[in-house]
Write a protein that binds this ligand. Sequence first.
Ligand code: 0L1
Ligand code: MG
Length: 259
Amino acid sequence: MPIDHSFWARYLLDGVDQRREVTAITAQVDELSIDDAYAIQAALLELQLGRGDTLAGAKLGLTSAAKQQQMGVNEPVYGWLPASSVLWDGYVDLSGLIHPRCEPEIVFVLAEDLAGPGVRAGDVLDATDTVVGGIEIIDSRYEAFSFTLPDVIADNTSAARVAVGAVGIGPRDVDLKTMGCEFEIDGEVTGTATGAALLGDPAACVAMLANHLGKHGQKLRAGWLVLAGAATDAQPLNDGTVATARYDHLGPVTITGKV
Ligand code: 0L1
Ligand code: MG
């Protein structure tokens, strides 16, 4: 039976609206292909935009070898950043989230459109205004944060919120591959990594996203934020949790969970 993309998009959005975990889609259908999963993701975005949201950017997930191994996959996943998900202060209101986790991100702020195919890391640097640090709050809508690859794609790659740092740097004023990041929860370091942990080069990750979108007649747009992916493990974000990502050259980004 064909997959009803609109039905499953509504199913996921109901989970968000009612702040409850839902059963994985793959536990309920015979087969969910990657193409069907992206079609559900697109239908979900359409529902959000239909409510008056706008697009602030796009994201990659599963760009570190560690995360790919955990999921048993060898390619990243791609999702969208609605404007309503972007936080402009350091507080994360947890009242609308299910079981949030947080992770450090390298964020590209685009000055120009980037349209695949054929986009390479150098093109990404050329099209980027600044690179800033960020912290993504992921909140899988699935029970126990447990899913298969198509499930997480349909669920917009667990995207929930993103906090973006205030200090940006020109993309060629720093070596993104060697730029270090330390992630701290309540003052304890939980992970350290360099940009190279993101499939060797964060800019190459963004190029992969542009090329992926190009296959679907879409592109990354000037002014958008693009998240290259997390280089360290995500950590639970609870009421009162203070998470800080400290990037070389970019200064710290801090969020606090608040009910
Ligand atoms: O942004 C991410 O890396 C999330 C990818 C999906 C897997 C997860 O929810 O951990
Ligand atoms: Mg992420």
